[in-house]
Design a binder for this molecule. Structure first.
Ligand SMILES: [Zn+2]
Length: 173
């Protein structure tokens, strides 16, 4: 069971519809407001989806390495392959055998970038980067905000645009 539906801009639209339906049912006096706000937000998500589709559809490489397996829905949506260092939870440490197999695959695919997450210790990603000669960069699974994100006023759309820029760079390097 993969919980990371929010990282697909398409599935995020379905989430907004469900939230709208739930709120409208619980507070029917304001149903028109929920409808209007959902419409506005879904339009932003459609734009985000179009930007992802355009940028990633032309990517030279199709495989990206992540710290944990958060980007499966996103990868599937845009014809990419996620190569996760650990499993579905960010707290899971990879076994030495998993590490060795990831390193081998990175070398054979010539992958340029090892993504890590700001809220998780980057030690494993850094080890793999130094073993493979890849660089590291941040890909945010949006499972929480850092103090810095909050200070910059970054929201879901802002962070997803940062993720798109990072993926575009990694997949075209
Ligand atoms: Zn996760």
């Amino acid at each position: 069971m993969d919980p990371h539906v929010w990282l697909s801009p398409v599935l995020a639209q379905r989430e907004v519809e469900r939230i709208r339906n739930g709120l409208s049912k619980a507070d029917s006096a304001h149903a028109a407001d929920y409808e209007k706000n959902a419409e506005t937000y879904i339009a932003k998500l459609r734009q985000l989806d179009a930007d992802y589709r355009r940028a990633l559809g032309q990517a030279k490489n199709k495989t990206f390495v992540t710290q944990h397996a958060a980007f499966g829905y996103l990868a599937r949506e845009y014809g990419l392959t996620q190569l996760p260092i650990s499993g579905l939870s960010p707290d899971q440490e990879p076994t030495p055998a998993q590490m060795a197999s990831v390193v081998k695959e990175i070398k054979s695919l010539g992958i340029s970038t090892i993504f890590f997450e700001e809220l998780v210790d980057p030690k494993v990603a850094e080890t793999i980067a130094s073993e493979t000669g890849a660089r590291t960069d941040v890909l945010n699974p949006i499972e929480g905000l850092t103090k810095d994100d909050k200070k910059q006023g970054l929201d879901y759309i802002g962070l997803m645009n940062q993720n798109l820029a990072a993926l575009e760079k990694a997949l075209n390097a």
